[in-house]
Design a binder for this molecule. Structure first.
Ligand code: APR
Length: 231
């Protein structure tokens, strides 16, 4: 039976072949940096200069990168599939949008956006953010990248819960299944009766929960999977 509502969860693996590092693979970002220092509110309170330097470097890499064939295939799926396609991404890069995807939920925030910790105002981040820079709305020196850190609540969880409860196909692409709540989405989708598929380079931590698995580089597996759905 053809699916009508598809929810696709993506992670760092979908952007790996665009040259953006993943977190937990060999040589990944969390082997180079301590996530407690650069991806927690406590780390930011301790050393905002270090945290801004980390995200400024991520932003520069992102600006220099281009979407790959996996991003392009997912954008094509959204445009050509007769039903509903929603991308829920853990990625803070904007490569899905630059490939043409429009229905994208950034549950872990966006590198290209800035947030005022004092008044919640959000705006487009400059390429280089600086510690102590004033918020354009309230002038508080509390500007931070609009990304969700460990210990903070991911964005749009209610909407994601509704989408998972209503979908009939759930796919997870390029994510290790180690970070919750995203790692629990496959269980939620199964509970709703959806078919589930994993497309990662290697089996994830929650691989056994999927109905089917395809392991290989996203630039190969994703275009082939999309081709099958549109056939
Ligand atoms: N094609 C497909 N999958 C790939 C590729 C590739 N070319 N390269 C790596 N992968 C897979 C790996 O096998 C792994 O399963 O991508 C996954 C990357 O896992 P992580 O580095 O843990 O990234 P992710 O799952 O997105 O991390 C979740 O943790 O710290 C954070 O907030 C950050 O959003 C991130 C969250």
């Amino acid at each position: 039976m053809k699916p009508e509502k598809i929810v696709i969860l993506t992670g760092a693996g979908v952007s790996a072949e665009s040259g953006l590092g993943t977190f937990r693979d060999a040589g990944g970002l969390w082997s180079e940096y301590d996530l407690q220092d650069v991806a927690t509110p406590e780390g930011f309170a301790r050393d905002p200069v270090l945290v801004h330097r980390f995200y400024n470097a991520r932003r520069a890499n992102c600006i220099a990168a281009a979407p790959n064939l996996a991003h392009a295939a997912l954008a094509r799926l959204e445009q050509e599939f007769p039903g509903e396609v929603t991308l829920v991404t853990q990625n803070i890069d904007d490569l899905h949008e630059r490939a043409g995807s429009r229905n994208v939920i950034h549950m872990h925030g966006e590198l290209m956006r800035a947030l005022c910790a004092a008044c919640d105002h959000r705006w487009d981040a400059p390429p280089e953010m600086a510690a102590g820079a004033p918020c354009p709305a309230c002038q508080a020196p509390a500007t931070r990248p609009d990304v969700v850190w460990f210990g903070e609540f991911p964005y749009q969880m209610e909407r994601i819960g509704t989408l998972l409860a209503q979908c009939d196909l759930f796919a997870a692409i390029g994510t290790s299944g180690t970070v919750y709540p995203a790692a629990g989405f496959v269980a939620e989708a199964r509970m709703a009766g959806a078919a589930t598929v994993e497309l990662t380079l290697e089996p994830s931590e929650v691989s056994g929960q999927f109905d089917t698995r395809q392991h290989g580089p996203a630039t190969e597996t994703v275009p082939a999977w999309v081709e099958g759905l549109l056939a």
